[in-house]
Design a protein around this ligand. Structure first.
Ligand code: PSU
Ligand code: MN
Length: 303
C-alpha cells in the first residue's frame, strides 16, 4: 500500500491503515484550473471542509519526481504559485517520476495515486470528458474511472464538453453515475441539462453502500455528482455566449491537447466577469464536504 516510490504524509498513512476516513484532492485544478490567489484559497478551503466533516484530506501532486499523497502547507503553496508545473494525466506520471518533474495531477492521475495510497474517496470540481471540437479528444479521466476503484465526487463534467457523449462513454466503461439528490447529471458551473444519471441517491450512506457494492462485484470507479450551489450557478445563456467566444479564441491561438481545458477555463472567467470562477470555487468546496461525508460512511461500513 505504501511503496517507496510514493510519499504518503504520516497523518494520511496512519488514517488509511487504521481504516479512518480519508479524501483525496487533485492539484491540476489548483495549478491550471484557477488563478492565483483564488487557487490557494480554494485548495485550503477544500482541505478544511474535509477536516470539518471528520476525514483526513490528502492533496496529491508529483514533487520533483516524487508522487506525493498529502501535501504540506508549503508544498500546496508551491503548486498554487505556479511557474513550471506540468499537468499530469495518467500517461504523464511515469515521465514525471523518471525525469524528476514537478507536476499537478488531473483526475486520472490523482485516482491512480490515491488508489496506490489506499484512499477510496476523491473530490474534484468537474471531471474531463469528450471535447466538442475533436472527436478523439476524450479525457483519460473517463477510462481511469473504468479501471481504478475510487469514488470521484464532482459536479458532473465541465460545461465546455460534449456532455451527452461523455455520459455514453462512461456507460461503455461500466461506471455508475450517481446523482446526489438529483436525477440529472450536473453541468459543472452552469445550470442546464446534459442527461440522466444512472442512479439517484439521497444520502452519503447510500452513496457509500452503492460504491462498496460496485467494488465487491468487481466494479472499479464510480462518480457521485451534485450540482453547483444554485445561487452561484451561471445561467446557460450567458455561459454559452462566453463559451462560443472562448472556443473561437482557442482556435485562433491554436491551443491543443492538455492546454485546451486550462485555456477555456481562464478565458471563461474573464468573459463572465469572474462568475465562473466564483461558481467553480464554491462547487469544489461543496464536493470536498460531500466526499468527506461519504468517506465517513464508507469507513463505518467497513468496520
Ligand atoms: N475541475 C475543476 N477544474 C479543473 C479540473 C477539474 O474545477 O481544472 C481539471 C481536472 O484535473 C481534470 C482536468 O482531470 O481538468 C481535465 O483535463 P483534460 O480535459 O485535459 O483531460
Ligand atoms: Mn483532453
Amino acid at each position: 500500500m505504501d511503496a517507496k516510490w510514493l510519499a504518503v504524509a504520516d497523518e494520511v498513512r496512519e488514517a488509511v491503515s487504521a481504516g479512518r476516513p480519508t479524501v483525496a484532492l487533485e492539484s491540476t485544478l489548483i495549478a491550471h484550473g484557477l488563478p492565483w490567489p483564488a487557487n490557494l484559497e480554494t485548495a485550503r478551503e477544500a482541505e478544511t471542509a474535509v477536516r470539518e466533516r471528520g476525514a483526513v484530506p490528502a492533496t496529491i501532486a508529483v514533487l520533483d519526481g516524487r508522487p506525493t499523497v498529502g501535501l504540506t502547507a508549503a508544498e500546496l503553496e508551491r503548486i498554487a504559485r505556479g511557474g513550471p508545473i506540468h499537468k499530469a494525466g495518467r500517461r504523464d506520471l511515469a515521465p514525471a517520476v523518471a525525469l524528476g518533474r514537478t507536476a499537478a495531477t488531473t483526475v486520472s492521475a490523482t485516482m491512480a495515486l490515491a488508489q496506490s495510497a489506499g484512499i477510496r474517496t476523491f473530490a474534484t470540481g468537474g471531471i474531463g470528458g469528450a471535447h466538442r471540437e475533436s472527436e478523439f479528444d476524450i479525457s483519460a479521466d473517463l477510462l481511469e474511472l473504468g479501471r481504478t476503484p475510487v469514488l470521484v465526487v464532482c459536479s458532473g463534467a465541465k460545461s465546455i464538453l460534449d456532455l451527452p457523449r461523455t455520459l455514453e462513454i462512461l456507460e461503455t466503461h461500466g461506471v455508475p453515475v450517481l446523482g446526489f439528490q438529483t436525477d440529472e447529471f450536473p453541468t459543472f458551473y452552469t445550470a442546464g441539462y446534459s442527461g440522466a444519471v444512472s442512479a439517484r441517491v439521497e444520502t452519503a450512506a447510500q452513496a457509500a453502500a452503492t460504491f462498496a457494492a460496485h467494488v465487491r462485484m468487481g466494479g472499479r470507479g464510480a462518480l457521485l455528482a451534485q450540482p453547483c450551489p444554485p445561487d452561484l450557478a451561471v445561467d446557460a445563456e450567458s455561459f454559452n455566449r462566453a463559451l462560443a467566444e472562448a472556443e473561437l479564441d482557442a482556435t485562433a491561438e491554436r491551443v491543443h491537447g492538455a492546454d485546451v481545458t486550462p485555456f477555456l477555463l481562464a478565458r471563461l472567467a474573464e468573459l463572465t466577469g469572474g462568475k465562473t470562477l466564483a461558481a467553480n470555487r464554491a462547487l469544489i468546496v461543496n464536493n470536498a464536504r460531500l466526499a468527506a461525508d461519504v468517506a465517513v460512511a464508507l469507513a463505518k461500513l467497513q468496520s
